[in-house]
Design a protein around this ligand. Sequence first.
Ligand SMILES: Nc1ncnc2c1ncn2[C@@H]1O[C@H](COP(=O)(O)OP(=O)(O)OP(=O)(O)O)[C@@H](O)[C@H]1O
Length: 630
Amino acid sequence: MSLLGVLPSPMSHSAKADIKVGTILRDTYELTSLLGKGGMGSVFLARHLRLPGKQVAVKVLLHSDDLTEEQYARFRREAEIASQLGHPNIVEVVDFHSLEDGTPYLVMEYLRGESLAHRLRKGRMSLREAFSIARQMGSALQAAHRAGVVHRDLKPANVHLVPTDSEGMIVERVKLLDFGISKLMGSQTLQTQEDVLMGTPRYMAPEQAMGRNREVDARSDIFAFGCIVYEMLCGDSPFAGGTIAEVVYRVVHEQPESLASRVPDLPGRAVAAVDRALAKQPKDRYQDVATFIAELTGTALQSLAGLGPDPTPMPPRGAARQSEPSLDENATDATFVPSRLDGTGQVGALPPAAAAALATPDPSLEKGSTLEAFRMATPQPAAQQVAPASPPSMSVSRRPTDMELPAVGAAAVQPAAPTPAPQAQPQPVPTPAPASAPAGRSKFPLIPAAVAGVVLVGILAVVGGKVFKPSTPDTPPPTPVAETPPPEVKPPVVAEPTPPAPTAPPATTPPATTPPGMATSDTAPPVTTPPATATGTTKPTARPGKAENIPPELREELDKAEQALSAGQLDDALRIAQRTLRTQKTEAALLVMGRVYCQRHDVGNVNAQRRQLSADGQRKLTAYCRKYEN
Ligand SMILES: Nc1ncnc2c1ncn2[C@@H]1O[C@H](COP(=O)(O)OP(=O)(O)OP(=O)(O)O)[C@@H](O)[C@H]1O
């Protein structure tokens, strides 16, 4: 059953009020505090009422009485994509449901720690720390791209740094968030329509800033990734400052100040890699994330993903109608989502204040979101960002400049073939419309018009030459921060022909013991055809009716997962088992995961695993879980 099976049709959503702290969703999740508000909804910390001690983050779609199909599709997509990618560096989605009134919500793992955006307020990072984060991001992005998904809204706010226990040390695990506007490669759904601005201007690739959404592919993510690496290494984003129009202009036309002049002690290799990632033309950028990471850090990105059959990309969902933009009134540093240049008069229909914001450089935007230009020009309520409830303070000290990392000799991942982008076509110059907003189109009529205006400005800038003279960014010199050892990139476990990802370090190997109540044969039982996954995709499934054919290197990984489980290292067991699923879906991996969830009393996930098991596997899991009841 698809995640959407539980939801009513979009048109039936009728929530009349914002959800409040204290609300209990479906007798299961009690909202305990507000974590923040984004463009799509509010994110709450919540506790699971039947699993004492289990905390989750619940994202509830706001204003669902005004919900358009596009917004609904975006929300649904976020849930589906994150749950199906199942990568240790991508936030885990554990549930998706709707309130009695139809308001959809999605339940994610609760991420402690802080966003990369928050971290970057302290200034630039050491090379070592930046590389560690970049490698983990790269691993997640590579998995997404291989699954046919382009994120399209990579920015520091969507990268979370989670302090994690590993092998007796605290390391930081990167988690990528917010697949809300991601695009399935080759899909022609709403997300690929032309002439709309989607993403966050400061991190948008030129083709994206121009609204050429059919040209957006994995290489657009690489551009955004390059912007983030630039910012980590020098403390400022490459295209920051000024109005939205100026940012768009710079993204499309101007080279940012070279990292070499801003941070002279950076290795030339890193400078060159970032320069190439930021190339204006997709064909001049890296064609895949693995090559970018290899050239940036000097060490190839490793992944199990190349070992087995590629996961089947999720089929595009029914194309939802392109309609209202989905910027929420409370969006903070939010993402632009579609506002059409459809000749309805919305193009360029800027309210005077927004038009002024486009034309006038605003130095106060140096550090903030480009969206803030509109917020300042339009009477929007202040955005809310609420600090997480008692985030553990993670004192990760950095080392003094550590400009060269030793290369870990490792086999390069065979890069996935990039999706070729169509040749850029000259864009027609839209005719500016009168500066008045059409009434009654939206609850927040100014923002869509303003967003559409940005696209117009971007296109005008591209086609008509230098429309705006951007102000010279007044950037303070980077402050070298002497800090500490960031999370190490762990030495890989070599598995032939391709070693596993360095972002998911293998568990230390405890003595192999059989887990309590689990026969050894549980790890590779004969299986029958498992039912379709909860999300209805066609990932490789275990073979029916005979023992699984598991390659030796995968078997080795599964053994490690078993050993970690029996040693009580649940995180490691889960991570290793999940990692193997990216190569081949096996009953053994599903059983390891199911048993981890049993021990954690995570009923929802136990059931999710159970549904994918053979009858025999289900029996074994049930027997095992009995021991952990109560
Ligand atoms: N799983 C999570 N655990 C902890 N905090 C989270 C989680 N998901 C989101 N948040 C926090 O909730 C806030 C809102 O997040 P959300 O993804 O809705 O919006 P956003 O990314 O800020 O905006 P937009 O979606 O418009 O780009 C952010 O501060 C984010 O860090």
